[in-house]
Ligand binder design. Structure first.
Ligand code: TPP
Ligand code: MG
Length: 819
């Protein structure tokens, strides 16, 4: 049932012009009198107090960074402090109207934003809920530190709780809101709707759309605000995130009942600078970030530029944007003008801007300006404001003092394994929500399901090998595992390029278009960063997601999202967040240099990722089942060469029912006693062929073990085998240098040194580009190479004539040349 919007040539060639509408620039013109209808006197005061608290929070940081002390408290803060002095009105204006259900994602410069969002949430939550949140956070540890001697309101206590938790976080204390593992640039606290802040410029740009997607798919209230800087609009992933957010399908193809366009606001904290370069007039040509909306969709993302140096115009804009998003007309874009009076960091001498410019903005500083507005309009007197400010500053200082105190706010002790303990969550979650999973038609009626039911799941049938067409193959195995979880977990969705009608790049999803509604299986733009980033955002919000990258070679396009986001948020949250993402990545062949490389080693190197590469139907189903029941990010490699391979190893065949294979457990594919051959990926089949020749011609029995998983990896079985054989050959189809197998060989050398008759030998593909299909035999390891290497470097074979040069001399020649 393909999407059927007919593309008509006549219409496509019709003459016309593309019309743009005006993008408002600082259009706000409400008087205070008019605003009195929108704000209570208390609101005005709260806005001002919030701005003062943020200023004081950062003033203290600036002082300790530059002078090592504040009001007699000495403190050496080793970590970063990207201050946002001057941007307080933008932070408070952004957060004021947001509810705890509205989630913010931000950047390295987000102290002000997290404080403003927390203050706003605290004002809206009931006392009972606040107490519940504070008791739950870090097991009540943060609350215990701030409640001593305090007798004020619960809201006041919650403010202390958050300011203290934030300082503690910055100072890497156990009492930090993320136990000190998030730190200044990444601090967040989800109960107040504060989601991860990102030290990768524009990092939130691809993640926040996934959060908004989660809200739509799972019908959750609230919007998502992506607070990113003006310079981040030069980042590819930000553009990809915008494109992903603006897909027409949300409004044109998805069930209208879901609510339409993604409820996301890209809020540019436009302070006119990157670190030391100006996007305006120097590094970019858009002049107004708001202009970008015009290129994205006919609604121009409802973009506008707004004065964020005054909280009121921004609050007004936020109210209007929220309304647009609630009506399903998202995404929206705000170009919020602000200015960073402070340096990029405390060590910044502001060499890239003039003193005069800074002074101009200091004169317009939002805090005194708002103070004057309050006084001029009779909302508060000078004295009342002065004492309110002193009160706020004292409270912030008191929390700093507590956080700086190592007795009250300890660090994790020396020798702690805390970080190791939170790298993975290792949980089993059947479903992330209890509602009924949505299907278009019952799975039992699905043609693919029926077709698979007729397939043969065993290695042989009636004594003969199973013909390819009839064999239950790897593609079917992955499909079966996905379908199982789709039917159990209503939050589970899958997306990627050509996932729907095409059936996924390699037809794993074929048949699912008929079964699943759009919002559970959809095509994304060709935006690998947005695919991986949105998967991260979706998971951070509490849903299970399967994202697909067509070819391993395209991983570079999603580099940050895989290396810094998917992998790190569980640990950076000190175990508070889960990352139930399966990233399916297909490894190509026959398509030459840019479509045929196995990049497993790259992700193997990245802490925080599980990396698996099953190559039999039995393993593929069991491991996909395990990945889809877990709570950790799993990079799931699949080889295009062998999608249609049937089961060749498990005599009883691939079970129709559910089973899991523990990720990290290798599997013996052929038993032997003379030589161990370890494989990772489809090299298993070359190893099996080589083991056959060894047996037939040389009477040697090779034990072939498929690692199946690169990380985690249980070495017990490998060590046992190597102890028995004393010899080990390791084979993979990734280029040999820096491969997973090189790491395994090095580890085995440590673990089995006394048992080895020869050093472990690694055979991978040549350290070249992958050549054309016709030349692949020069590149990928084949059984002959394995025998040659065994003969030359492990165990001379009688009367053996090597066909290739696998000697040590050749090894060093290649290394010398870097090839
Ligand atoms: C991907 C990436 N590139 C470069 C940096 C170094 N860096 C940190 S902040 C910054 C400037 C960011 O400017 P903008 O997005 O406008 O945010 P602002 O600092 O003004 O808040 C740069 C280049 C980084 N952290 N991440
Ligand atoms: Mg900036």
């Amino acid at each position: 049932m393909p999407k059927s919007i007919i593309i008509d040539p006549e219409q496509s060639f019709a003459k016309g012009a593309i019309h743009f509408s005006d993008i408002p620039v600082n259009a706000y013109s409400k008087s205070i009198e008019e605003e009195k209808a929108n704000f209570s006197p208390r609101d005005f005061l709260d806005i001002w107090r919030d701005m003062c608290a943020i200023r004081e929070f950062e003033t203290i940081l600036n002082e300790i960074k530059t002078k090592g002390a504040y009001k007699g408290i000495t403190y050496n803060h080793a970590g970063p402090a990207h201050l946002s002095m001057g941007q307080e009105a933008a932070a408070v204006g952004m957060a004021f109207t947001l509810t705890p259900d509205d989630h913010i994602y931000g950047s390295h410069r987000s102290h002000g934003e997290i404080l403003a969002k927390a203050f706003s949430a605290i004002r809206q939550l009931s006392d009972a809920r606040l107490v519940e949140i504070m008791e739950a956070a870090r097991g009540g540890l943060i609350l215990r530190a701030v409640e001593k001697g305090y007798s004020g309101s619960v809201q006041g206590l919650a403010v202390r709780f958050f300011v203290y938790g934030a300082y503690s976080e910055l100072f890497a204390r156990e009492t930090g809101i993320n136990r000190g593992l998030g730190g200044s640039m990444h601090a967040f606290f989800t109960p107040f709707g504060i989601y991860p802040n990102n030290a990768i410029v524009g990092g939130s740009g691809s993640i926040a759309p996934g959060a908004a997607l989660f809200k739509r798919v799972n019908r959750k209230p609230g919007i998502v605000v992506c607070n990113i800087g003006d310079a981040s609009f030069g980042c590819g992933p930000v553009w990809e995130g915008i494109t992903f957010s603006a897909m027409d399908q949300y409004r044109k193809l998805w069930d209208p009942e879901l609510g339409g366009g993604l409820p996301i606001l890209f809020n540019c904290m436009d302070n006119f600078y990157g670190m030391g370069g100006q996007p305006f007039g120097e590094t970019m040509g858009v002049q107004f970030i708001a202009r970008i909306g015009a290129g994205v969709n006919p609604e121009q993302m409802h973009a506008e530029r707004v004065n964020g140096y005054d909280p009121l115009p921004l609050i007004d804009a936020m109210r209007r944007k929220k309304q647009i998003l609630a009506e399903g007309r998202g995404p929206a874009l705000l170009d919020t003008i602000t200015y960073r009076i402070s340096g990029h960091s405390p060590s910044d001498a502001s060499s890239y801007r003039s003193k005069e410019e800074i002074e101009l903005w200091q004169r317009a500083d939002s805090i005194p300006a708002f103070h004057n507005k309050l006084v001029a309009n009779g909302f508060a007197g000078e004295d009342a404001l002065a004492s309110a400010r002193a009160e706020v500053e004292d409270a912030v200082f008191a929390m700093f003092r507590l956080a700086a105190d190592l007795e009250i706010s300890p660090r994790v002790p020396a020798g702690s394994e805390l970080v190791g303990a939170v790298m993975f969550s290792n949980q089993h979650v059947e479903r992330f929500d209890d509602r009924q999973p949505e299907f278009l038609r019952p799975l039992a009626e699905n043609s693919r399901v029926q077709q698979i039911r007729a397939k043969i799941r065993t290695p042989t049938f009636e004594g003969k090998p199973v013909p390819k067409m009839k064999a239950f193959n790897i593609r079917d195995a992955i499909f079966e595992a996905l379908v199982y979880r789709f039917a159990i977990d209503p939050t589970m969705i899958a997306f990627g390029e050509e996932n729907r009608d095409w059936g996924g790049a390699f037809a794993v999803y074929r048949g699912l278009t008929e079964a699943l509604p759009y919002h559970r299986l959809f095509n994304s733009p060709i935006s690998e960063a947005a695919i991986a980033g949105a998967a991260v955002g979706y998971a951070l919000e509490g849903g299970r997601v399967v994202a697909e990258l067509m070819y391993a070679d395209f991983m570079g396009r999603a580099g940050d999202e895989i290396f810094n986001q998917l992998s790190k948020w569980q640990a950076m949250s000190a175990g508070q967040l889960k990352m139930p993402v399966v990233l399916r990545i297909s490894v190509g062949a026959k398509y030459g240099a840019q479509h045929s490389q196995d990049f497993a080693a790259l992700v193997h190197h990245i802490p925080g990722l599980k990396v698996v590469y099953p190559v039999t139907p039995y393993d593929a189903k069991g491991m996909m089942n395990a990945a889809l029941a877990g709570t950790d990010p799993v990079v799931f490699f699949e080889s295009q060469k062998i999608y249609d391979y049937g089961e060749m190893f498990v005599e009883a065949g691939v079970p129709e029912g559910y089973y899991e294979i523990d990720l990290g457990e290798p599997s013996i594919k052929r038993r032997g006693k003379d030589l161990t051959i370890l494989t990772f990926g489809p090299a298993l089949y070359a190893a099996i062929a080589a083991a056959g020749v060894l047996e037939e011609r040389y009477g040697l029995s090779g034990e072939v073990i498929d690692l199946r998983s690169a990380n985690p990896l249980n070495y017990d079985l490998l060590v046992e085998s190597v102890r028995k054989t004393g010899k080990v050959l390791l084979v993979c189809e990734a280029v040999e240098r820096g491969s997973v197998m090189q790491t395994v060989a090095a580890t085995l050398t440590q673990l089995c040194f006394d048992d080895l008759d020869a050093p472990p030998v690694v055979i991978g593909s040549r350290n070249w580009i992958t050549p054309a299909a016709e030349l692949e035999h020069l590149f990928f390891p084949h059984p002959g190479w394995l025998l040659d290497a065994i003969h030359e470097r492990i165990l001379p074979l009688k009367d053996y004539q090597p066909g290739t040069n696998q000697t040590l001399g050749e090894l060093s020649r290649r290394a010398r040349l870097g090839i």
